[in-house]
Design a protein around this ligand. Sequence first.
Ligand code: UAG
Ligand code: ATP
Ligand code: API
Ligand code: MG
Length: 502
Amino acid sequence: MHLSDLLKNLADIPDQAASIKIGGMSENSRAIKPGDMFAAVAGSSTDGRIYIKAAIDAGARVILTDMRPLEAPLDDLDTPIIMVENPRLVLAKAAARFWHKQPGMIAAVTGTNGKTSTTDFLRQLWTRVTWQASSIGTLGVKGTDTRKMDGKILDLPKLTTPDSVSLHSALSPLCDAGVTHLALEASSHGLVQQRLDGLNIHIAAFTNLTQDHLDHHNDMESYFIAKSHLFMDLLMHAGAAIINIDDPYGRRLCDMLTAQGDARQIVIQTFGFADDADFQIEKITPIDNILDMSVKHDGKSWHIPLAMSGTFQAVNALTAGIMAYMSGLPLQDSLGGLAYLKPAPGRMQTVTGHPQGAQIVVDFAHTPDALRAALEALRPEVSHKLYVLFGCGGDRDPSKRALMGAIADDAADVVIVTDDNPRSEDPASIRSAIMAASPKSIEIFPRDTAIKTALEQLVEGDVLLIAGKGHETVQLIGDETLPFSDISVASRIIADMKEAHK
Ligand SMILES: CC(=O)N[C@H]1[C@@H](OP(=O)(O)OP(=O)(O)OC[C@H]2O[C@@H](n3ccc(=O)[nH]c3=O)[C@H](O)[C@@H]2O)O[C@H](CO)[C@@H](O)[C@@H]1O[C@H](C)C(=O)N[C@@H](C)C(=O)N[C@H](CCC(=O)O)C(=O)O
Ligand SMILES: Nc1ncnc2c1ncn2[C@@H]1O[C@H](COP(=O)(O)OP(=O)(O)OP(=O)(O)O)[C@@H](O)[C@H]1O
Ligand SMILES: N[C@H](CCC[C@H](N)C(=O)O)C(=O)O
Ligand SMILES: [Mg+2]
């Protein structure tokens, strides 16, 4: 594609550069191939401008960057440098133009917790009525067997929201494979880094906003503003905004959208326990292994049995149901279809077979609010003691550690503090920060020893929540990526315990 077409109305292009042919693009010099455009952007740990020379050596034909003055040697390069106010935004729009195919229906979910569950549920609802659907997020690409796609392997980075180039280059083969419906997770990092700009987003949902990622956003206000970008700027004209108004930030989002007036024709659908919600949850009652949810909409009550545990999962399911409805599914299939949903892996997933009959649950709770929600969901199932075993990720918001320690201390009977993904941090200091807020906590590491110790202590009537890593299959320690799965470790230890009991 000629540069003049790629960047039309996005940037001023010098005449001598207009006819340059561009064969691809990236914001990462290490991914540049001959003929590509390199976007040199300022990041949180380094500055892409440092890598301009490396990108040119790798074959970059054009550089896109911000308006900061060019210093030597960048002011004297043969390769054209195009300067724009917001290179991430221009890159995202150029990527959308370059790869140009997108599924006809794109729905995005944002919020601190519940994005993976909700997008997974929405994909299941669409698939159930035979619409060809995929989801993209923390679990990667789901719903389409990417290995069978003509050798076009979708090599998405291991992020909840992939960068714009990875995303747009992945959508083309997904469309070629017949995908018409896409559910996406919109992380706050992704939103501020413009990873989703250029996408035609028809439906956007807001689950909740509680503390996480304050290392990146500094305060809750900036975190909220990052999330609101999805609704205020990215959601298409006449799109649908589906908002949890039990959350004060959700109410605020509704007010902000309403204050924009009619120009964008956004249809707002609210949900929650609140009396004024369009989809009002009347009750969610656990009965045996299911949840019985009743929801009032348009004067009619829907009684929906759900094969999952945790009130929050029912709320996520409802969010997905409303999204499906707004995408054109009749209520019988959208709300009615909720009865057929399966929880996403690692979300309140039970590991069966404990020799004493204790209940073991693996859950991805890695924020204070999620930990409380998961423990509160399990409390009714405990007839003896509620155990929780968790740690906190390194290189992530350190202020959530003490909060999670305090919540565990308050909501569980036995608290075992261990390692999550310490990454570059000292694991012992992460554990100490958690334990400082939990007088009853016991420190056990490494994580498999902690799981074994807990499993061996459990008796009938106990429930153990293994929180924080959910579906993850690796543990990140220093620079190492080691195989580790809470579900496999717990299953193996239970099998060994049973063997020893024989
Ligand atoms: C904090 C963060 O989001 N970092 C992501 C981001 O980095 P950044 O723009 O801040 O980049 P940087 O490392 O400062 O580098 C600046 C620029 O120099 C470029 N560079 C750098 C080195 C080099 O040799 N050549 C080169 O061109 C980089 O590609 C980048 O464009 O852009 C990079 C390329 O797209 C991402 O890989 C990187 O994700 C890191 C690995 C990460 O851990 N991100 C996490 C925090 C994240 O994004 N999480 C969210 C939320 C999770 C959730 O709660 O759901 C997610 O969506 O996954
Ligand atoms: N609606 C909700 N309200 C409160 N907590 C929730 C809710 N949904 C999920 N959780 C908790 O958050 C955890 C993560 O859920 P999920 O993976 O769906 O969220 P996410 O927003 O995709 O997380 P991430 O930011 O890591 O991508 C769950 O395991 C559960 O403990
Ligand atoms: N998407 C989240 C996942 C955290 C999972 C937890 N196990 C950790 O490593 O902190 C993040 O990147 O912050
Ligand atoms: Mg997720």
